[in-house]
Design a protein. Structure first.
Length: 447
């Protein structure tokens, strides 16, 4: 509802409206090259804590950014006002900034016209979702926790966005995107259980399943025992795998590779990990958050980054790609990690086959210790357990680890099919749960 006397929000920006904005900007620009980007978003978040709703808000925000370039000097200005006068003023500000800016030795004009493959970036049920739908899902999670006399906190969010990129070179990209997220932390005394999900469809968040998983972890986590630090066989759930693999993905950039500062330096087309591992970009996968194009308007496409343990691809910016004569720049916004061979049917089966191991639900606060070999540190969180003879026998106090995923994933003993993994630090991936023969826990945390 719109309050009496308030100006109603306009509807979401359409393709035709974005094209009109772009043409207006190009017409009044005097720069050598001009690029326009649009991000118009409508969405909101329902938050709950202590089994009570504390917030359910909706927000509309939109911006148009104009980048103007004179030679290799460029400047960017943005506005939240989409009227013709405001757009003209934004062009003037971008041009003024460009004239005062130093030359960028790596500047390239905007890309020319591209061909895009439309993907499943928007779902009708999420387009129509509002505060009432988010409240319904939040109350479903709260109700489950109340039945178990446990305390829950979390969020349910949904959004729709119009996204566009255009340039005077003929570049024009536009698509509508939806996204919904659910996250819950359940507390049982000092123990916590956590689960999360994300999807283009708000009806695919699996709220009940995720809530029951978090309840189970919190219940198992009471009265943890303390184990000495050291090297243990580990069972890593998908969120823990994604936390480690996000760092592998972030360090695949070609620029550091060419400067020999990358942990992969000199290893392109060589075996770097377990020979059964493959990493792919799957923008068309219905359960991932793929997009049709990048922020520069380049098309996203399926691509293979690691195949059977061999590094096949690097991440290029446009300048480095041109210098290295790379015609097609691969993207990795929708990563899927898989293993060849017989997979366990579930995480429970993986646990039964593991013997003695530490089961890790999630890692958090991951940071680089040694970029040369990608040694990371971080802590276990929201459910760490001792497994013996194929059964969880007790909770374990959280560990800090010092380990390189490039070493840890040299050999994988068992795995599941790829499953959803969503964390606050990694976005969304499809990755298996895995059993690794050795993982270095360096100390026990004291909080």
């Amino acid at each position: 509802m719109t309050p009496t006397g308030a100006k109603p929000w306009p509807k979401m920006t359409s393709r035709e409206e974005f094209q009109f904005i772009a043409e207006l900007v190009m017409a009044c620009s005097t720069a050598d090259h001009t690029q326009v980007t649009l991000h118009d978003q409508d969405g909101g978040t329902a938050r709950f804590a202590n089994n009570q709703m504390i917030q359910n808000v909706n927000m509309r925000r939109g911006a148009v950014a104009v980048t103007a370039a004179f030679g290799a000097r460029q400047g960017t200005a943005s506005t939240t006002d989409f009227t013709a006068g405001a757009l003209r003023e934004t062009v003037k500000r971008a041009e003024a900034i460009a004239r005062l800016s130093p030359e960028d030795p790596e500047y390239l004009p905007p890309a020319g016209p591209q061909v895009y493959n439309p993907g499943p970036t928007a779902r009708e049920e999420t387009l129509a979702a509002g505060p009432a739908v988010r409240l319904e899902y939040a109350n479903e999670a709260i109700g489950q926790c109340r039945m178990e006399n446990l305390s829950a906190a979390g969020v349910v969010s949904s959004s729709r966005a119009s996204v566009g990129v255009a340039a005077g070179t003929g570049l024009l990209a536009f698509e509508e995107r939806t996204e919904a997220r659910f996250s819950i932390t359940v507390q049982a005394g000092d123990a916590t259980g956590w689960a999360s999900s994300a999807h283009r469809s708000i009806d695919r968040l699996k709220v009940q399943e995720r809530t029951l998983s978090a309840i189970h972890k919190a219940t198992l986590g009471v009265e943890p025992q303390e184990l000495p630090p050291g090297r243990y066989r580990v069972i890593l759930e998908p969120a823990a795998v994604a936390g480690l693999w996000s760092w592998i993905i972030w360090t695949l950039d070609a620029k550091s590779y060419l400067k020999n500062t990358s942990p992969f330096a000199g290893k392109l087309n060589e075996l770097i990990l377990d020979a059964g591992l493959s990493l792919e970009n799957c923008p068309g996968h219905a359960d991932l958050l793929g997009v049709g194009f990048t922020a520069e308007g380049l098309p996203s496409a399926a691509s293979r980054w690691i195949h059977r343990g061999v590094l096949r691809q690097l991440a290029y910016d446009r300048f480095t790609a041109q210098a290295q004569q790379v015609a097609t720049i691969p993207t990795i916004e929708a990563p899927r990690l898989s293993l060849e061979g017989a997979a366990a049917s579930s995480l429970a089966q993986l646990v039964k086959s593991a013997g003695r191991a530490i089961l890790v639900t999630n890692f958090w606060y991951l940071r680089t210790v040694n970029p040369a070999d990608l040694t990371l540190t971080g802590m276990t969180r929201d459910g760490t357990f001792l497994v013996e003879n194929g059964e969880i026998v007790s909770a374990v106090k959280n560990f800090r680890f010092h380990e390189s995923p490039l070493r840890a994933f040299q050999r994988i003993e068992a795995w599941t099919a790829p499953m959803e993994a969503v964390t606050s630090e990694t976005g969304k991936m499809l990755v298996p749960a895995v059993v690794l023969p050795e993982f270095h826990f360096s100390s026990v945390t004291r909080f």
